[in-house]
Structure formats: C-alpha cells, structure tokens
Design a protein. Structure first.
Ligand code: 5GP
Length: 202
C-alpha cells in the first residue's frame, strides 16, 4: 500500500508573508514539492517555464478549461491561473507532498471538487500591520496598495472555511505552526501504514 501524498493548500492576502513562510517550509521539508500552476500572465525576469509556472496563451488555457484539465482555476489580477488535476493526482498517487499557493476563489473551488486537501489560511496580525508591510516593502503606487488592502479585507472573510488559520505576527512562531500542521498530517495513520507495514508484521 503506497503512502498517499499530502496536498497542502496555502492562501493569504498579499503582504501576509506567505512567500517567506513557503521558503522556510521547503527548507524544513526539502522533500515537499511546489505545485507548478498554469498561467496566462507573462513570465517575470528570471522566471523559468515549468519552474515558477507553465506559461500558456489564453487559447491554451481556455482549451484546458474546456477539457476539464484543471482541478481549479481562477482569474487573479486580470490573469488566469489554474492547477492541473493531473498534477494533484500524480503527486498523491506517488506519495509526494505537494504545496499549492493559490488564491481563495481557487482554493474554494478545489475544496468543493477535490477530496482530502489540507487548507491553511495565513493572516496578517491586523489591517494596520498589513498596510505597514505593504507600504514598507514595495515601490508600488498608492492606488495599487489601496487595491491590495481592499482585496485583503475581502480575502480575510474567506478564512472561516479553511482547516487551519495561522496569524503571522511572529515569523518564527508562524513557521513552527505551519510545520506542526505538516507533521500532524504526515503522521495520520493512513499515511504511516506503509512504513509501519515494513517495520512490523501487522
Ligand atoms: P503571481 O502572479 O504573483 O505569481 O501570483 C498571483 C496570485 O495568483 C497569488 O495570489 C497566487 O496565490 C495565485 N495563484 C498562483 N497559482 C494559482 C493557481 O494555480 N490557482 C489559483 N486559483 N491561484 C493561483
């Protein structure tokens, strides 16, 4: 019996610290893999096809939607993003623990259609702190920051249906909490039985 891969879904408003938390997560668990989504947005400097994303045309994306190739998809900031069903099925079947960094709409669609994922919402400690972080970190124009804050307020309302919520006030604590969630799900009996079966005659 092959161990079933863990599908970990992370969502967060822009500025909540998801990217840094993910980086730490992969340091702590180097065997976890990042799900590579499909997107219609243009590659940014340094982004490599098949690593950051699969970069596809609007037509190719539409075709995948029509063929039901996506486990979920959504429009984010005017571009299309989607997770291929095959990516999830293969990881799960091959015992690979996969991390999906997807927006709330996509996560909700996935939860409705795909069984067994673990949904984690990462929050800033307050709207004031979120504003401080967004203003501090970026050279973005005022109106871009304002739009992100309005969007963040909407996204935070979605947190209620996630399985776990992490408030990223203290970064180290937030990292520990995310690691604790991963460890707990890796220790689920059904994920341990393959190993136990090899160790003991049960
Ligand atoms: P970026 O273009 O900055 O890489 O990503 C923008 C947003 O798209 C992020 O909030 C990210 O969570 C979301 N995103 C990335 N891939 C997917 C995906 O496959 N599905 C959905 N629903 N959102 C995604």
């Amino acid at each position: 019996m092959k161990r079933e891969g863990l599908i970990l879904i992370l969502s967060a408003p822009s500025g909540a610290g998801k990217t840094s938390l993910c980086r730490e997560l992969f340091k702590k668990f180097p065997d976890m893999k990042e799900s590579v989504s499909y997107t219609t947005r243009a590659p940014r400097d340094g982004e490599i096809e098949g690593e950051a994303y699969h970069f596809v045309s609007n037509e190719a994306f539409e075709r995948m939607v029509e063929e039901d190739a996506f486990a979920e998809w959504a429009e984010v900031h005017g571009n299309m993003y989607g997770t291929a069903l095959r990516t999830l099925e293969e990881a799960r079947k091959n015992g690979i623990d996969l991390v999906l960094d997807i927006d709330c709409q996509g996560a909700r669609r996935l939860k409705e259609q795909f069984d067994g994922g673990v949904y984690v919402f990462i929050m800033p400690p307050s709207m004031e702190e979120l504003r401080r972080r967004l203003e501090g970190r970026s050279t973005d124009a005022r109106d871009v920051i304002e739009r992100r804050i309005i969007r963040a307020a909407d996204e935070i309302k979605e947190a209620r249906w996630y399985d776990y919520i992490i408030i990223n006030d203290n970064f180290d604590v937030a990292c520990q909490e995310l690691a604790a969630i991963v460890i707990a799900h890796r220790r689920k009996t059904f994920r341990m039985m393959e190993k136990v079966g090899k160790l003991f005659d049960i």
